[in-house]
Ligand binder design. Structure first.
Ligand code: HEM
Length: 543
């Protein structure tokens, strides 16, 4: 028998342990039950179906299978067997993303992990702070401001074209298989650095910069997915009282330590850049590039409009991570789709040639690019079919009721037209499933078919910031850079298709490409993930 005092000490130390376990695990299990909704069976008590979604080798396969079986709203499980709500119903999405304002913030575990990557930048803050940062940054993303970048987008596309031509000339046949997935992010990284922060990555020219290396290191040497124990640890941290989770956040996972190294490098590079520009008289009131805007916000005395230095420096990491791989991967999937659909590729080339005949040697203006129906249909269809961010993870800030457009059938066979949710309920916004809803996009929604955007009969909902798509999300947290991305996609599509013809490599390699949901939808070869991103295309210079 233990001495009485030891028993007391043990009993007392048990209280916080039980409390932590209650908050971390049992509380969520008890409160957030959606048992009345149908959904896929649980495959693992600890990891739930969220882990199955993470591991799938075709990013849209499982959701699509479940969606066909259970409808536009169903139940799945996250870690520790907590129920999560999967939604692709238009009215439910409208409610969560638009109507509710900030009442469905990003899930705490997601925010805790991404905070290591991009600090207190706009993507990781909520409520009033987000509103303040967004208002300050909005002018950098106006149509007028972004059109000024078109020339930079075209210059960077020309550099990429020159690099590929060099490769093709080096081969005797004037054609070659190029892994476009390694080149495109270099072009978009250079553009992001120069347009937003006046920083030259020189990635296309193979230069090594401190920031570029730190970004690459996030992926180098890491396994594709964090080990299960890291995922469970991150999930466990989510519901703990702030005091306890703040202590645990001092012990980041291996992946989070890499994120942090990139954030620190971007702050280190950004600080002198920011200080130098701050001292220059050149920050005129009307200059609206991101860096000038950040500097002015930092110099603001009005607390409702200002940003402190940490917020300003965190935006550098935020924009680099949010703004280059997204556009690059979308372009890779577009070239993939065009290579697989040679007739559509010829139609696109025909439209580009007609525009070239009209322009002579001049580069197309933003109006010229907007006036090309098929080029824009190809871009929209690629964004629809290959949404680079396939889902968003949110949680209810308070008890709420989510309305549905298309009622679903409950376990007991009743029609359900609204879903009551408790505070903390995990809600998965299925971007890819909304983008493929037959009710909106037709029975061939799983096909890549740009013509659907040329048909006046196409049904529309009023969701999303561009082309009725959810690819850039919607509402107050929609992608701030969507116009930037669209103009860059227009410039890349015009420039690359004008110069090259893309086809599947004769070896059949393209059939091995899978859409892997590794944060973003990454193209990788079946059973060869260790080779990294792969989109090998047979490229010929156009005569
Ligand atoms: C095809 C390209 C792109 C896609 C598909 C895309 C998609 C998205 C999505 C889905 C979100 C919402 C994320 C969430 O709520 O968790 C988002 C947010 C964001 N994106 Fe993009 N994005 C793209 C390009 C860009 C570019 C080029 C920039 C910058 C120039 C950018 C900057 C941002 C920022 C800063 C946010 C956070 C906005 C906020 O929380 O207020 N994105 N993006």
């Amino acid at each position: 028998m233990l001495p009485f005092l030891t028993q007391v000490v043990l009993a007392l130390s048990l209280i916080p342990t039980v409390y932590i376990l209650y908050c971390g695990l049992f509380y969520r299990y008890k409160r957030r039950s959606l048992k009345y909704l149908r959904g896929p069976p649980r495959t693992s008590f600890l990891l739930g179906t969220e882990y199955d979604l993470l591991l799938q080798t075709d990013a849209f396969h499982l959701e699509s299978k479940w969606f066909k079986e259970y409808g536009t709203v169903f139940r799945a499980n996250t870690y520790f067997s907590e129920d999560m709500l999967m939604i692709s119903d238009p009215r439910a999405l409208q409610y969560v993303l638009h109507t509710s304002g900030y009442r469905f913030p990003k899930a705490r575990d997601v925010k805790q992990a991404t905070r290591f990557l991009s600090g207190c930048g706009i993507a990781n803050v909520d409520g009033e702070v987000h509103n303040r940062q967004r208002k300050a940054l909005n002018p950098a993303f106006s149509v007028k401001q972004l059109r000024q970048f078109l020339e930079l987008f075209q210059r960077s596309t020309s550099s990429l074209v020159a690099k590929w031509k060099q490769e093709l000339h080096a081969s005797l046949e004037g054609s070659s298989i190029i892994n476009v997935s390694t080149w495109l992010p270099k072009a978009t990284l250079d553009v992001m650095g120069e347009s937003a922060f006046d920083y030259k990555f020189g990635a296309l020219d193979g230069e090594e910069t401190e920031l570029g290396t730190a970004f690459d290191n996030i992926f180098v040497g890491s396994r594709l997915y964090p080990p299960k124990v890291e995922l469970l640890y991150r999930s466990f941290r989510r519901d703990l009282p702030a005091l306890v989770s703040n202590i645990l956040l001092r012990f980041p996972t291996k992946q989070e330590r890499k994120f942090l190294a990139f954030l620190n490098a971007s702050k280190k590079v950004g600080k002198p850049m920011f200080e130098k520009r701050s001292k220059e008289k050149a920050i005129e009131q009307d200059s609206k590039d991101i860096l000038s805007i950040l500097i002015r916000a930092n110099q603001q005395e009005d607390i409702k409009k200002s940003m402190n230095e940490d917020e300003v420096l965190s935006q550098i990491a935020t924009f680099i991570t949010a703004g280059h791989e997204t556009t690059a991967s979308t372009t890779a999937w577009m070239l993939y789709s065009l290579a697989r659909n040679p007739k559509q590729q010829s139609r696109l080339y025909q439209e580009i040639r007609e525009m070239r005949e009209r322009l002579g040697p001049n580069a197309p203006t933003a109006q010229d690019l907007d006036s090309m129906p098929f080029l824009n249909a190809v871009i929209k269809e690629t964004l629809r079919r290959y949404p680079i961010i396939p889902n968003l993870i949110r949680e209810a800030q308070s008890d709420d009721i989510i309305p549905l457009q298309f009622p679903v059938t409950s376990v007991s066979g009743d029609a359900v037209s609204q879903i009551p949710v408790s505070k903390g309920q995990r809600v998965i916004i299925n971007i890819s499933m909304y983008n493929m809803l037959p009710q909106v996009w037709g029975d061939d929604a799983e096909e890549w078919n740009p013509d659907r955007f040329l048909e006046p009969s196409m049904k529309t909902t009023t969701l999303g910031v561009y082309a009725n798509l959810l690819t850039f999300s919607a509402g107050i947290r929609a992608c701030i850079g969507w116009r930037f991305a669209v103009i860059q996609l227009q410039a890349l599509t015009f420039g690359l298709l004008e110069n090259f013809e893309f086809s599947p490599p004769p070896s059949g390699e393209l059939d091995e490409i899978q859409a892997i949901p590794f944060g973003l939808i990454m193209p990788m070869k079946k059973n060869k993930w260790e080779e990294g991103k792969q989109m090998p295309l047979f490229i010929q210079t156009r005569k």
